[in-house]
Design a protein around this ligand. Structure first.
Ligand code: ADP
Ligand code: MG
Length: 530
């Protein structure tokens, strides 16, 4: 299927301006097919995978069919989560940038209802909401459905999975029958077809067929692993490829929780996302991921569905997806907007056959890779150190340092290579020797601390009822370093980061290694910037 220029779709000029302003060059396949059908006023069932531009596919024709002269509510979009309602509203508002007199309002639980009521009263023509909250307004009679002529169910399969079926049906029954009903879904289970039969009229089915599920720009690898080694392999890959943002997919909520605490324990900035989280927790996690505070998002398929973050560098299939189609949905999180992405898949035993099916279905090649050894991890670190070295040689004044080395070479029977080698060993830190001793060489150069400080990781946090004062007290008490020299203390649920001046860092680490905080034995180590 060829894509089409938006100009050929009968879209009005003001909306076309909005589309251009958003930087869209051509319509995606689902948009090419669906926009025309919806503009003709027909009911539609649209199916295409995540990230294919379904929002604009229904948003554009909905905007075009709204009469800006009437202040009545004319169109409703139902979305499964608050997160998505906000995202869809933002996208539609951008599309409507040059349209005057159209008000678009997201409504969702958790937001002050009185504020929503005020906005609704002020004349909103398009509401985007979660089924629960829309029902709420319906019961309070703060939304009037009598002038509604279009309703879109976005991520319909997801809404059914989340138990919104009754709410959706109740809403649909309240909306005038001569309406246009638009339904979008990534998958088409029977429950969706039931809704279609019951609430749509002669719906046209518009699919972007499977062979168009292309996965461009994504390097795909798989690793044959044993279940008990997965965590270790994951952390090696994270160290080697060093992605800024990555999403790790697990098949169960329990695995998400387990993996998050393991990764946090290893010093990574990881957070989990799954269906058991409250909306406020989801929001916190997603915000952290968007602004880069959380670098690794560990998620189930359902929780990650529809979430749109553009610059994910790598996707990990920690568990092989249960459905072939999910593979495409998952790895489609990366390699967006022309960037190169990477997808890493772990397979255990016979799963390698399932992987073959996935490759056939996606018409894609997933290359086998050996599990990186610790030496590989070290090689990457060496490479990074050499990059830094080149940079320093090119850009910094080294005379006084050269003199130091010269003096040492003259004084002792060393060559400058001996000295460089020893410094490299020190830089590489405690991987090889001193694992158990007190004399380990810590890596203080990659802790992500402020200049002159070292960031330390302690495996105890708010959940253990520890407060910043306890950490400060313990450090000052154990090491003898004045408490006022302690820098930033960042507390999380299960761990804490604290910065101390570099010259005290080693002492603090050694003094604290046997210490207890609030009666609990702790583990303390230099933070890993990654
Ligand atoms: P879906 O609902 O199918 O998962 P979205 O509507 O969330 O997909 O769109 C995914 C991303 O693609 C968004 O950032 C959106 O702005 C962008 N997008 C949509 N249509 C186009 C297009 N025609 N060209 C380029 N980017 C687009
Ligand atoms: Mg969507």
């Amino acid at each position: 299927m060829e894509t089409i220029r938006f100009e050929e779709l009968g879209i009005e000029p003001k909306i076309l301006r909005g589309i251009t302003d958003m930087g869209f060059e051509e319509a995606t396949p689902i948009q090419s097919k669906a926009i025309k059908v919806i503009l003709e006023g027909k009911d539609i069932v649209g199916q295409a995978q995540t990230g294919t531009g379904k929002t604009a596919a229904f948003g554009i024709p909905m905007l075009q069919n709204i009469d800006p002269k009437s202040k009545a509510l004319q169109a409703i979009v139902l979305c499964p989560t608050r997160e998505l309602a906000i995202q869809v509203a933002e996208e539609i508002r951008k599309l409507a940038k040059f349209l005057h007199g159209i008000k678009v309002l997201p409504i969702y639980g958790g937001q002050e209802i009185s504020k929503q009521i005020r906005s609704l009263k002020a004349g909103t023509q398009l509401v985007i909401g979660t089924p629960g909250r829309v029902m709420d307004h319906m019961r309070r009679k703060t939304v009037k459905f009598d002038k509604v002529k279009m309703i879109a169910l976005d991520e319909a399969d997801e809404m059914l999975n989340m138990g919104f079926r009754d709410d959706i049906e109740t809403i649909l029954k309240q909306i005038p029958e001569e309406r246009q009903t638009i339904l979008f879904s990534a998958t088409m289970p029977k429950a969706i077809m039931d809704i279609t039969k019951k609430y749509q009229t002669n719906a046209e089915i518009v699919k972007v067929v499977r062979k168009e599920l292309t996965v461009p720009n994504i390097e795909q690898y798989y690793y044959e692993v044993r279940p008990k080694n997965k965590k270790e392999v994951l952390s090696r890959l994270l160290d080697i490829y060093d992605p800024k943002l990555s999403v790790v997919f697990c098949n169960t909520k329990r695995m998400v929780d387990e993996l998050v605490s393991d990764l946090q324990g290893r010093g990574y900035f990881a957070e989990g996302l799954h269906g058991d989280l409250k909306q406020s927790q989801r929001d916190r996690v997603m915000n952290g991921f968007r602004n880069g505070k959380t670098e690794i998002l560990v998620a189930t398929d359902v929780a990650a569905r529809g979430i749109d973050v553009d610059d994910v560098d790598a996707v990990f299939n920690y568990d092989l997806p249960q459905d072939d189609e999910y593979y495409v949905h998952r790895i489609g999180r990366t390699g967006r907007a022309g960037r190169v992405g990477r997808a890493f898949t772990f397979v255990v035993g016979k799963e390698v056959y399932k992987l073959r099916d996935i490759q056939r279905y996606c018409k894609t090649k997933i290359k086998a890779q050996p599990i990186p050894s610790l030496n590989d991890v070290q090689a990457t670190r060496v490479e990074k150190i050499f990059d830094q070295v080149s940079d320093v040689i090119a850009n910094e004044e080294l005379d006084s340092y050269i003199r130091m080395i010269d003096d040492k070479v003259n004084e002792e029977d060393y060559t400058s290579i001996d000295i460089a080698a020893a410094l490299m060993k020190i830089m590489l830190g405690n991987n090889e020797s001193g694992q158990d001793g007190r004399e380990q060489d810590y890596d203080f150069d990659h802790t992500g601390a402020e200049e002159g400080m070292v960031r330390l990781f302690i495996n105890i946090g708010k959940k253990q009822n520890v407060r910043p004062g306890d950490i400060l007290g313990a450090i000052a008490g154990e090491s003898g370093m004045p408490g006022k020299l302690v820098g930033t203390i960042d507390m999380f649920d299960k761990y804490t980061f604290v910065e101390v001046p570099r010259e005290f860092a080693k002492e603090v680490l050694q003094a604290m290694s046997d210490a207890k905080i609030k009666g609990k034995t702790i583990n303390i180590e230099p933070a890993n910037q990654k």
